[in-house]
Structures are given as structure tokens and as C-alpha cells.
Design a protein around this ligand. Sequence first.
Ligand code: GTB
Length: 220
Amino acid sequence: MPTDTIPTITAFERSPDGGKGQARDMRVRWALEEVGQPYRARPVSFRALKEPAHLALQPFGQIPTYEDGDLARFESGAIVLHSAGHHGGLLPDEANGRARAIGWMFSALTTIEPPIIEREQVVFLERDKPWYAERLPILEDRIRNRLRQLSARLGEDDWLEGGFSAGDLMMVMVLRRATGMGVLENFPNLAAYVARGEARPAFQRAYAAQAKFFRETGQE
Ligand code: GTB
């Protein structure tokens, strides 16, 4: 059931990616859209991220955060899990299925996402280093191995555990981050899985809301 108060999430004031929906408030927006929970988004400048008021909410000076009355949360995974746990639609009621869906959230965040982010950071920050040419293919192999394993598990299924869950939401968001690296594209079932997630009306609403937010903060 939606709560009586309207929660507020934080998002970058400026779009870091020209509106491709990669910043992590997008996961939270998508989850809130899936469960039908209205929310507000508050822009935070890069400077304000590191100031005491925001650090009290998010100790690492990052977005997203989530506030609902006295409740304050940080970490996109924890926020999505909180929303999925308090509303119907993103986690099965049955204990085993629920635990497996939560397990997939953790797989997305701790097994699949780290090599993708590491590769991205190396491309941004280490391109001029002498080790770059050797390191890049090693990182891409790591991503490829994980995607091969994930692809084998998904097979021809639409979602990871029967119906769409918070596990799929998180996995799709993490895989989107690998789009354009030339790796995801080699696994047609994973590319189709991402497209299936993006086609969900709740994803579309979240994406449009994030784009509108950036237009309104005037910083797209
Ligand atoms: N583990 C945290 C969580 O999941 O909530 C990580 C949050 C995080 O990395 N937040 C980033 C942030 O606030 C924004 S989403 N960074 C500011 C800082 O650390 O100072 C990451 C992100 C950034 C940029 C792009 N992009 O340019 O496409 C995409 C995603």
C-alpha cells in the first residue's frame, strides 16, 4: 500500500550522461513507479553532495537518498528493497521466491556491477596510463565471463525467477550500464532482457520523469 506521506528522493542537479538514465536515482524511480508510490525528487548540486546536510543523509556524498517522514535511507539497493518490501508487485509473497528475488538483487550489485564499473572507471581515468592497453581486455573478459554465466541462467526465459521482480529491476539497470561497451551486445538474450525491462510502462514513466526533472533544473 502506498504511504500517506510522499517520499522525497535526491538526484543529481545536472544530468551526468545527457539523459540516458544511468544515474542511480533511476533505479529508485523505476521501483517507485512499479509499486505505484508517488514521490518527489530534490536536486542536489555536486558541491552540496559533499556538504554536511547531505552527508548526514548519505555518508559518502552520493545520490540517491530516500526520505519519508522520519525515515531516511541511502544506497539504491537498500531503497529499492525497502520499497519492494513495503508494497506489492516487486517481490513474491512466497518466502522462497522472495528470497531468490532478493538474491538476484545482490547478484546484480555485487557480482555483475563491480567489473562493469571498474572497466568504466579505467576508461575514464586511466586511458593515458602505460598499463591501459593490457588492463582493458582483462576487465572486459571479466565482464564477458559474468555475462556468459548470467546469459546461460536466463536462457529463453523472460525474467530470472518466473515473474518480473526487484531482482530483474536491479539486474536490468546494472546491465544497461554495460550498453555500448561491445560486450552485452554479444548476448542476444541479455540484450532482449534489458529491452524487455525498458519497455515496461513503469520504466518508461521513470525515464520520462528523470528527463523532465533535468529539463526543469535547467541542466540537461
Ligand atoms: N552504492 C551507491 C548506491 O547504489 O546508492 C552508489 C551511489 C552512486 O554511485 N552515486 C553516484 C554519485 O552520487 C551517482 S550514480 N556520485 C557522486 C560522487 O560519488 O561524488 C553513478 C553514476 C554517475 C555518472 C553516470 N554517468 O555519467 O552516466 C552514471 C552513474
